[in-house]
Write a new protein. Structure first.
Lengths: 227, 202
């Protein structure tokens, strides 16, 4: 059909009520960007829009705005470490701030917080996530060659009294170097800061050791993460 | 509703159509700025909800369809020409299509050509549209124009806008010959277009 023949059905088409064969014909003209029918239907569409503007206005429920906006907020994927880590890091850093900041009324705790932040802010700091491969403990470690290590973990295993977690810096060559002792919180998380230079670190590991720690690992590391 | 024999009821639509604001809003949506979604809702949420509710007549369902409408705008905003497209008219076309599509039976929806629905929502149809087509004056013109239609013409406009019935379906519903219904539809829409055209030109 010609554009002239279709013209009287542009508004029916814009309303979605056109019958065959006009409907299919107009759709075909639009699909090939017909220079007559595209502006023709566009003009008809403004009539339909004006009809929408004449509908009696009703106030929508107040929660609808939140619902619409929430629909486009990025959502973390369930059980995806990569997706939850930014949240987890933020949450755990908050824990760190609470642990170090609120309990930290002494000058030593403030210094500890400052050291942690200086490690996180060091441009040379490398950070690695761990726990992706089905290991229960997950988290992230930040290693600054000049400033030290910040270790953040969740879902740490339960250990008996008289035991402690020990962090190890594993160099490219040679034996693991002790990097400090720490305990988990009651919710099985831990944030541990080990200041000082970290030389030739190739990996970070954590073992369970007797209280007071060991000079060399006495158990198999349950966390080993390459840098 | 466009009830036969009476003028259109309704509160005057008082949307301030600031074209610059719409251009900025569209660009922010294209940059995936989720706060722009709240502003888009502030601007068109009420009218979109009103259109959808008038069609589906169920508040809970209308909420679902409003969300679907805004999500569709969010997902397709990259095809929208921010500098030239009319954001509100595009969104309202999507809103009405979502509602009408829901009204239709499952089989009718399956018969319906999704490609064609996309064509009727294509952003190219909203380029350079009169940006104030949604203003209160035009709403008044449309209501007045519908008030001047014959009862049968008003009925077909109501069935067309609120139910999306094809002219064949209208003929069956009204028990009238298809040719007669087509004449009513064409003459009624022509009248609305002309009245609106005069208002735009004025």
């Amino acid at each position: 059909m010609t554009c002239d023949q279709l013209q009287q059905d542009y508004t029916s088409y814009a309303l979605g009520i056109a019958d065959e064969p006009e409907r299919a014909e107009i759709a075909e003209h639009l699909a090939r960007q017909c220079p007559v029918c595209v502006p023709g239907v566009a003009s008809a569409m403004s009539t339909v829009t004006a009809m929408s503007g004449a509908v009696k206005l009703v106030q929508p429920p107040r929660h609808l705005r939140r619902r619409v906006q929430a629909a486009v907020q990025p959502k973390p994927k369930a059980w995806s470490l990569g997706a939850i880590l930014p949240w987890a890091i933020t949450a755990m850093m908050s824990v760190a701030l609470i642990l170090i900041g609120i309990s930290g009324r002494g000058p030593g705790d403030t210094a500890k917080l400052e050291r942690a932040l200086s490690i996180l802010n060091d441009p040379a700091t490398r950070d690695v996530t761990f726990g992706e491969t089905g290991k229960p403990s997950k988290g992230r470690v930040f290693v600054s060659p000049s400033k030290g290590v910040v270790f953040i973990a969740a879902s740490l295993p339960h250990i008996d009294s008289g035991k402690t977690f020990e962090l190890w810096v594993i160099p490219a060559k040679g034996n693991p170097v002790p990097a400090g002792l720490f305990q988990s919180q009651s919710d099985s998380t831990a944030v541990f800061v080990r200041p000082g230079p970290v030389e030739n670190a190739a990996a970070i590991a954590v073992t369970v050791e007797p209280d007071g720690g060991s000079a060399q690992p006495t158990t198999t590391p349950f966390i080993v993460t390459k840098l | 509703m466009f009830a036969p024999g009476i003028t259109l009821p309704g509160v005057l639509l008082a949307l301030e159509m600031s074209s610059k604001h719409d251009v900025d809003l569209a660009r922010r949506l294209q940059r995936r700025d989720s706060t722009a979604m709240g502003e888009l809702y502030d601007r068109f949420g009420r009218v979109a909800y009103s259109v959808i509710l008038a069609i589906v007549r169920d508040g809970s369902l209308a909420e679902d369809l409003v969300q679907e409408t805004f999500l569709r705008v969010w997902n397709r905003i990259h095809a929208f020409e921010a500098g030239r497209g009319a954001l509100g008219p595009w969104l309202l076309a999507i809103a009405r299509n979502r509602a009408i599509d829901h009204l239709r039976s499952l089989s009718a929806r399956m018969d319906r050509n999704a490609f064609e629905l996309d064509l009727r929502e294509h952003p190219s149809l909203f380029i350079d549209m009169e940006r104030d087509v949604l203003n209160a004056d035009h709403a008044r013109v449309i209501r007045s124009a519908i008030g001047k239609l014959s009862a049968n013409q008003q009925k077909v406009i109501e069935l067309a806008y609120y139910e999306g019935l094809s002219q064949t379906e209208m003929a069956e519903r009204m028990g009238e010959p298809l040719g007669t219904v087509k004449t009513w539809v064409r003459s009624a829409l022509k009248h609305l277009r002309e009245e609106l055209g005069q208002a735009v030109a004025a």
